[in-house]
Design a binder for this molecule. Structure first.
Ligand SMILES: Cc1cc2nc3c(=O)[nH]c(=O)nc-3n(C[C@H](O)[C@H](O)[C@H](O)COP(=O)(O)OP(=O)(O)OC[C@H]3O[C@@H](n4cnc5c(N)ncnc54)[C@H](O)[C@@H]3O)c2cc1C
Length: 312
């Protein structure tokens, strides 16, 4: 597997010149990004933190005009970061008053950088129907919407009414969500360079049953997933054939690869669709391990399992 984003130093003198003229934007050059992904892969790159919508609107066209590509990073819970990135990462850190969640609302207008765990706490406290779908998913709201994150309880698209974004030219756009906006772990409305800035969420009423359901689901995840280790969640998408869901983890388990170790990556003995960084792993280690597992799955089942985690 090719490591597309690891081919040389970042051209950042231009970047710092551009950014110095915009308020609410911070550039950290050649930063250690190891802690910026939940997999904790050893990684270095430029990080641009954007603290307001106005700043993002100014920044994106400048990057475009100067032909500087970028990648948005939320919690880094579904991204594998290369050892040295040739493009900068863009992280949103928009203001959010937590007191906004002191009351139950019919609709919530939230910034993309808000954490799903904050929203989950609100859901548990108030038994918000529909919000159980993202129980236990480590994510920013923007990352969860990009991925249409979900669990066995449903997908986040079920409670998203509108998505707000800024395109690479700096134009704002509102996407009114309909049945064609999302599919399994995918959105169908973002173009290259678009950045989700926020969303309008709804719920389907309140019930104490939801509070219980969220607590029980969290306990189940704790029992069945390696939540204390450095992982990026499920590596492979489940293969959907003839409307039957074939869990990738089950196949990996059946072929006896649970616990298999390659370089500094281990297939979790607890859940076969999770790969664990056993310490100091990098992008190459995990890509190589993914390729080994994909090859075995293809050999034994003839199925090409697609990765859920973003490799580039
Ligand atoms: C322990 C663990 C358990 C997990 N369990 C689940 C689960 O049950 N279900 C599930 O669906 N996922 C799960 N995941 C994966 C992950 O949590 C989700 O994919 C989540 O949605 C990623 O959000 P993020 O903010 O970390 O996005 P990132 O990983 O940072 O980014 C993911 C993608 O979204 C893009 N992106 C992020 N923010 C924006 C934005 N504002 N605008 C435009 N693009 C953006 C990124 O460029 C990237 O392509 C799990 C991960 C871990 C570590």
């Amino acid at each position: 597997m090719e490591e597309k984003r690891e081919s040389g130093p970042v051209e950042n003198s231009k970047l710092s010149d551009l950014i110095s003229k915009i308020g609410d934007v911070e550039l950290e050059e050649s930063k250690d990004l190891t802690k910026y992904s939940t997999m904790r892969l050893v990684a270095i790159g430029d990080l641009i933190t954007v603290k307001s919508l106005a700043a993002l609107k100014q920044l994106l066209p400048k990057l475009k005009d100067n032909k500087i590509n970028y990648r948005v990073i939320g919690w880094g819970a579904n991204q594998l970061l290369p050892k040295t990135s040739v493009i900068p990462y863009l992280m949103l850190n928009f203001p959010f008053e937590k007191s906004y969640l002191d009351e139950v609302r019919n609709e919530y207008i939230l910034p993309a950088s808000v954490s799903l765990s904050v929203l989950s706490s609100h859901a548990v406290k108030n038994g918000l129907k529909g919000w159980e779908v993202f129980t236990g998913i480590p994510a920013s709201l923007g990352g969860a919407i990009f991925m249409n994150a979900g669990t066995n309880l449903g997908e986040i698209c079920n409670i998203v009414n509108e998505v707000y974004l800024i395109d690479s030219k700096g134009h704002e756009r509102t996407v009114i969500v309909d049945k064609n906006s999302f599919s399994y772990r995918k959105n169908h409305f973002l173009d290259e360079g678009d950045v989700i800035t926020g969303a309008k969420l709804t719920h389907h009423g309140q019930s104490p049953d939801i509070t219980t359901q969220i607590k029980e689901y969290l306990a189940l995840r704790n029992r069945t997933q390696p939540l204390k280790e450095s992982t990026c969640g499920c590596i492979f998408k489940n293969d959907k054939k003839s409307n039957k869901v074939c869990p990738a983890g089950m196949f990996i388990d059946i072929i006896g690869m649970k616990g298999f170790t390659n370089k500094r990556i281990q297939i979790s003995p607890k859940h076969a669709n999770f790969m664990v960084n056993t310490g100091g792993a990098n992008f190459e280690d995990i890509c190589e391990t993914i390729a080994i597992v994909q090859k075995e799955l293809k050999l034994q089942y003839g199925v090409d399992f697609e990765t859920e985690v973003k490799l580039n």
